[in-house]
Design a protein around this ligand. Structure first.
Ligand code: PRP
Ligand code: URA
Length: 209
């Protein structure tokens, strides 16, 4: 069985259950996704390297830790990945942002790219790709293929829900990319939806259904 970091923090699990509820309003759904984004950001950045720097406190000069290296890049997969972005930027306000526009062809479930814009020096940075749903993994794989095509070597993937099939496929296509998720659900249905899941994340976030 393929691997992923499942974030089982009670706050994450509680908020995810609220989001699964089909009666949750668009506003509530968006707000919860933003809050969970912040909590998942905390987990996915847990092992970032630190360096000791000089700092002058009101009492004396000392050495203290700061995150080493270049600023992170957050890469939301449009549309629904945007729901994580504000929460993540609240924790890491200096991060750069790469937008990756993809939609699933409803018949073939293949990912179709319609937009890509990343910082010029993206290859030198850690990129955290974000999308609430990892279903077939076609979107995640296409996004990561695109980033690797730009020379990016250090990539992590964050989602809210994953299907076991999606975790397996992403691990196989990109074994170097760690996955963080709040849940690995039971399965995919015949239409490529995660079951029990929460439905269509983009539609629920933006009220388009
Ligand atoms: C949804 C979701 C993911 C993708 C996951 O996007 O936000 O991007 O499906 O499915 P996959 O793992 O099978 O590729 P959708 O294509 O519905 O676009 P949207 O975010 O614009 O609604
Ligand atoms: N995309 C979604 O928004 N939901 C799913 O369950 C699968 C793909």
């Amino acid at each position: 069985m393929s691997s992923a970091h499942v974030v089982d923090h009670p706050l994450v699990q509680h908020k995810l259950t609220l989001m699964r509820d089909k009666r949750r309003s668009t506003k509530g759904f968006r707000q919860l996704l933003n809050e969970i984004g912040m909590l998942l950001c905390y987990e996915v950045t847990r092992d970032l390297p630190l360096e000791m720097v000089d700092v002058e406190t009101p009492l004396e000069t000392t050495k203290a830790p700061m995150i080493a290296g270049k600023k992170l890049v957050f890469a939301p997969i449009l549309r629904a990945g945007v729901g994580f972005l504000d929460g993540m930027l609240e924790l890491v306000p200096s991060a750069r942002v790469a937008h990756i526009g993809l939609y699933r062809n409803p018949e073939t479930l293949e990912a179709v790219e319609y937009y890509f814009k990343a910082p010029a020096d993206v290859a030198e940075r850690l990129v955290i790709v974000m999308d609430p749903m990892l279903a077939t993994a076609n979107s995640a794989i296409a996004a990561i293929d695109r980033l690797k095509g730009r020379g990016v070597r250090d990539i992590r993937f964050v989602c809210l829900l994953a299907a076991p099939e999606g975790v397996e496929r992403l691990n196989k296509a990109h074994p170097d990319v760690g996955i963080w998720t709040a849940s690995i659900d039971e399965r995919l249905n015949d239409h490529g939806y995660i079951v029990p899941g929460l439905g269509d994340a983009g539609d629920r976030m933006f009220g388009t259904k």
